[in-house]
Design a protein around this ligand. Structure first.
Ligand code: 5GP
Length: 208
């Protein structure tokens, strides 16, 4: 039987909006979705694993692979000193196998992806109010005042780009945001999981 190619799902949003929680729960709840692991030149943070959170590679290797056309898109993400990119090898074989592949990338990367994959499902996660970003970043307690101010400035610029996305989801309440994203994906044709358990992202406990 011929496999129907999968689709690309692109999720973006400013730092502090709660994207990583949403993604973790989404991927746990919907096994039909697979993540694309990006490559980056930034060093791993504590707890991050190579090949899981990112492919952590040196700048020289990133540049070589970029020159060899291995990236579907890559850029120095705005406000950051490092390079990030989506490897074709993470995406193309999975799409061909009928998987729905989730990219968590910035706005510039999203626009490049849309040039190649115009039917990618683009979702921008935004806060109900910009002050929420500040509260979440303060809550993490991992940032200096200067780093936080920089992140907020980046976030303000990112929020101005939200209109470029096909779908915008407000993350005031994570369960509501997840339900909205699930609705968007099923409306776009996401198949039900082969081993459907009836669980939804709403019923998966997770914090942060
Ligand atoms: P972080 O360094 O905090 O993990 O990620 C920083 C930013 O890089 C996030 O906004 C994330 O969306 C973006 N990013 C991560 N991977 C990629 C990628 O492969 N391509 C692009 N364009 N942006 C990425």
């Amino acid at each position: 039987m011929e496999v129907r190619p999968g689709k690309l799902v692109v999720i973006s949003g400013p730092s502090g909006v709660g994207k990583s929680t949403i993604l973790r729960r989404l991927l746990a709840a919907l096994p039909q979705l697979v993540p694309s692991v990006s490559a980056t030149t930034r060093p791993p943070r504590s707890g991050e694993r190579d090949g899981v959170d990112y492919h952590f590679i040196p700048l020289a290797e990133f540049e070589r692979r970029r020159a060899e056309g291995e990236f579907l898109e890559c850029c120095r993400v705005y406000g950051r000193e490092h390079w990030y990119g989506t490897l074709a090898s993470e995406v193309a074989p999975r799409l061909a196998a009928g998987k729905w592949v989730v990219l968590e990338i910035d706005v510039e990367g999203t626009l490049s992806i849309l040039e190649r994959y115009p039917d990618a499902i683009t979702i921008f996660v935004e806060p109900a109010h910009p002050d929420q970003l500040l509260q979440r970043l303060q809550g993490r307690g991992t940032e200096s005042a200067e780093a936080m101010a920089r992140r907020l400035e980046v976030a303000r610029r990112e929020l101005l780009e939200a209109h470029r996305y096909r779908h915008r989801v407000v993350n005031d309440d994570v369960d509501t945001a997840l339900a909205e994203i699930e609705r968007i994906l099923f409306a776009a044709g996401l198949p039900q999981a082969a081993d459907t358990t009836g669980r939804s992202a709403l019923h998966t406990n997770a914090s942060s």
